[in-house]
Design a protein around this ligand. Sequence first.
Ligand SMILES: [Zn+2]
Ligand SMILES: [Zn+2]
Length: 258
Amino acid sequence: MRIQLLFSTFDAQGVATLEQRLTCFLIDDCVAVDAGSIAIALTDEQRSKVRDIIITHPHLDHIASLPIFIDDLYPTLKEPMRVYATEEVIGLLERDVFNWNVYPRFSDLKNDYGPVMEYVPIPIGKSFPVAHLSAVAVPVNHIVPTIGLVISDGQKSVAFSSDTAETDDFWKIVNEMKGLDALLIETSFPNRMSKLAEVSRHFTPASLNEELKKLTHNGMDIMAVHLKPTYRDEIIEQLSALNIPKLSVMEPGKVYTW
Ligand SMILES: [Zn+2]
Ligand SMILES: [Zn+2]
């Protein structure tokens, strides 16, 4: 399985700063987990392939350019863009984003080939297919309804925490997946901002360290993601001081293969 935290090759500072704030993981060049930077950072080939997008929660950094992406591809889509989310999150996207005020309700629209956008409701705790992959979703602990995911291609499995503070259900499915290859876990704020991390339901390196004690097996790569760009260097320093084997920070733009 190939996973890339999307990051474009534009070197304008504004684009780089914007993209570091946005979350979009691309799996095997065709399935996206979240869509923050999806309209900005895909190559032409990736744009022609991505038709399956999982949305973990409706915060702007995870959906910012989703409406623009669908708009860009609108006339050329020969199949609908499939947006996977829990019923609750689908309701929020329809109410707050694709509501004809902020942007068109693409799920009601067709081009010459047929519907351009289709919601696929995600079940909780049960495996569901996404393109050539299968995924399991569980609620995590964030200030809006949010899911963590374990995604498998039949050979390799990777867990995504999405945005969360301390949680138990996520670790239950992670601990059940004995052959897990990688764990992508958020670390948003440095230790000195633990109050803000607590109220906005995110981890710091210190709280992540506590949380990782819930992991009952090891050996997988642990990749810290969702570092707030303003504090990136400080968070990296504090993460490396934890001396956790196989813990590293996911580099934007780099392709990781498991
Ligand atoms: Zn969030
Ligand atoms: Zn976020």
